[in-house]
Design a protein around this ligand. Sequence first.
Ligand code: CLF
Ligand code: SF4
Length: 514
Amino acid sequence: MTSVTAGHGGLKPLNGIKIEVAGQTGCGTSGGDGKSGCGSAAGAADLPAEIWEKVKNHPCYSEEAHHHYARMHVAVAPACNIQCNYCNRKYDCSNESRPGVVSQKLSPEQAAKKVLAVASAIPQMTVLGIAGPGDALANPKKTFDTFRMLQEQAPDIKLCLSTNGLALPDFVDEIVKYNIDHVTITINMVDPDVGAKIYPWIFYNHKRIHGREAAEILTERQMLGLEMLTARGVLTKINSVLIPGVNDRHLIDVNKAVKARGAFLHNIMPLISEAEHGTVFGLTGQRGPTAQELKEVQDACIGGANLMRHCRQCRADAVGLLGEDRSSEFTIEQVESMNVVYDLDKRRLYQQKVEAQREAQATAKTAALAAQGEDDGMKCLVAVATKGQGKVNEHFGHAREFQIYEVSAGGATFIGHRRVDHYCQGGWGEDEVLPSIVTAINDCHAVLVAKIGACPRDELKQAGIEPVDRYAHEFIEQAALGWFLDYRARIATGEIAHRPRGDAAIRQGAYLAA
Ligand code: CLF
Ligand code: SF4
């Protein structure tokens, strides 16, 4: 792998950094084996203490934390310095949620006030991210003014930013100065020929640059920025958009390249592409991947940088747990009229209760694992309806997404989520919605829910998906492993036969705000 060279930006190579960072790569869980969600399955025992401190309450950097802790974004960064073929920031709709889309842009002062208001109302909100709607570092003054204010006014909140990486090498000192421990870089390629199919232009050194040359500069700057952050001890997450036929297999090379430069996590996300979004890919009919295609690329990266699989591709003004969006409760007008009291003790007390619950969850998982017999290699996917706290606690009809777990006698591992429309509309089951839910979880053997009505129960059974409500309000891993033990027992007695399932669809249309 080539190191970063003094390229278009006249930047000097960072010789030696790769070697230095290889030793401190990621979380160090089992040597960074690419398993789902480093720092997720990984707990305090698997990680160096200083890394665990940084990730344990960050819902994106820890899969486990995402059941309990919330993040919010403030949309202070409208401009962007590159163009991606999957992005159109002009499109907004209250029912739509995808990166680059916001309802209100904020000044740094408004943003700081909003963060304090949200942190007071939602004590599990631990992370503030700046993720657009453009690029955080193409709007450096607004981005760092916001961070400065928050560092002074809400010192317990972790700061996070997301960037395309073009301007990153210029701002590493600022990032370190404001204690921004978490930086996401979107890296879709390390080969400029691939990049030319994704980025029509960049704006760099006061010039618009097109085609392969643009992609070449972008990749050099991204790699350099990543190396510099690693050298300064900042945790980095790499987001990659999987674009079938453009960069699908290439993302395995991206995974290796970012691991070598010390990336903590790699988040491979499906392309969201519909003509109605007005993006180049949407208009040219570029499709997104199926659930199986996404999982195949993620699984092929096992052995490289650790994988994040619980990303919800948030709006640039998202508020709440991943998978929910409470942004409509905190508009500028609502925040202005709130009497905000930032009570640090109350927040700490709440978070102590969350930690006690996490411990109970870990204990339940250990007990459920101990009950499993010998691992015969069988694996099943199960869908879970949850509204947080790591429990099976959502009614089938109220679920806006299902979390997908791969279960075997060796464990229950989160592998992704599938967004769906509400089945239950105003107290009635919506029969037209059910086929789309079945399509979304068609690769699963069972769906674990807190409750389910007779009609969807029958239809799910007909589709070969077992509806299961007997683990209502149990912890998810405990419930999934309990179901799996019972499933294998029924196979052993000949009551049922194990059959492989088909593929499932990742929702491509407008993502509904919860
Ligand atoms: Fe926001 Fe991103 Fe920070 Fe998280 S989101 S800036 S790292 S606080 Fe998280 Fe949302 Fe996925 Fe981003 S689920 S899009 S990975
Ligand atoms: Fe859109 Fe982000 Fe790409 Fe800029 S970097 S064009 S904001 S997706």
